[in-house]
Write a protein that binds this ligand. Structure first.
Ligand code: OGA
Ligand code: MN
Length: 204
C-alpha cells in the first residue's frame, strides 16, 4: 500500500491491509506490542476476578438477548472514561491505524468500539455475521488475541466461512484479524482453555 511514513507500525498496517485486500481476511502478527498485550490481558483478568465480565448479548441494544446456545463468552467494553493507561494506549494505536486506513483506502471510518472478551472452557460463538440488520454502522471487525501459550488441543479457533472454503485461525497472542463486518460469516469453535481477546468494530 502507498502512504507516508508514520512510524514502525506502518509495515504491520500494510500487512493487515494487503492480506485483507488479497484474501478478504487481514492478518498481522505484531499489531499489539507484547507489553501492551500483557497489560490488557492483566486488565481482563482483573475484570474477570472482580466479576465485571458479563455474558455477551446478541443483537443490538434494542433487542438484547442472552442466549448461551449461540454464544457463551463474557465481555467488558473499553472506555476512555476509565482513564486506564493501557486502554488509552490501545485507543491511541487504533486512532493511528484508522487514520492510516482512511488515508490509504478511503474507508471513511469515523469511530470504533472494542470490548474485552473471555471464553471460559467450553465456550463458543456459533456461526454469525457481525453487522446488525438494524444498524449498518459496523464496517470492519477486528480481533486481537491475548493467549501467549496457545496449543492446538486448546481448540477455540476462529473459523471463517468463505464461499468456497473455510479458514481457521488460532487465537494466539499477537495475531490481529481484520475483515468486513457484513460479508463473512464466522464462528468461534469450542475452546478447551480460557480464551482471551479484544474484539471490536470500526464504524462509519
Ligand atoms: C465476535 C467474534 C471472534 C473471535 O465477537 O463477534 O466473532 O475470534 N469473535 O473471538
Ligand atoms: Mn463475530
Amino acid at each position: 500500500m502507498p502512504g507516508g511514513q508514520i512510524g514502525p507500525l506502518q509495515t504491520t498496517y500494510d500487512c493487515l491491509i494487503d492480506s485483507y485486500l488479497a484474501n478478504k481476511v487481514g492478518l498481522a502478527d505484531d499489531f499489539l506490542s507484547p507489553a501492551l498485550a500483557t497489560h490488557l490481558k492483566e486488565n481482563l483478568k482483573k475484570l474477570y476476578a472482580g466479576q465485571q465480565m458479563l455474558p455477551a448479548g446478541i443483537g443490538n441494544n434494542t433487542v438484547l438477548a442472552h442466549d448461551n446456545q449461540i454464544r457463551s463468552d463474557k465481555i467488558y467494553w473499553l472506555d476512555p472514561e476509565h482513564n486506564d493507561k493501557h486502554e488509552d494506549d490501545f485507543f491511541a494505536l487504533m486512532d493511528q491505524f484508522v487514520h492510516y486506513l482512511n488515508s490509504t483506502c478511503y474507508t471513511g471510518i469515523t469511530g470504533y468500539e472494542f470490548h474485552y472478551a473471555l471464553y471460559e472452557q467450553g465456550s463458543f460463538y456459533k456461526k454469525h455475521l457481525d453487522q446488525f440488520r438494524s444498524d449498518k454502522g459496523r464496517a470492519f471487525s477486528m480481533i486481537l488475541y491475548l493467549n501467549a501459550d496457545w496449543q492446538e488441543h486448546d481448540g477455540g479457533q476462529l473459523c471463517i466461512h468463505h464461499s468456497d472454503h473455510q479458514q481457521t485461525i488460532d487465537p494466539v497472542q499477537g495475531t490481529c484479524v481484520f475483515f468486513k463486518s457484513n460479508e463473512l460469516e464466522h464462528e468461534v469453535l469450542v475452546t478447551n482453555a480460557p480464551r482471551m481477546s479484544i474484539t471490536g468494530w470500526l464504524k462509519v
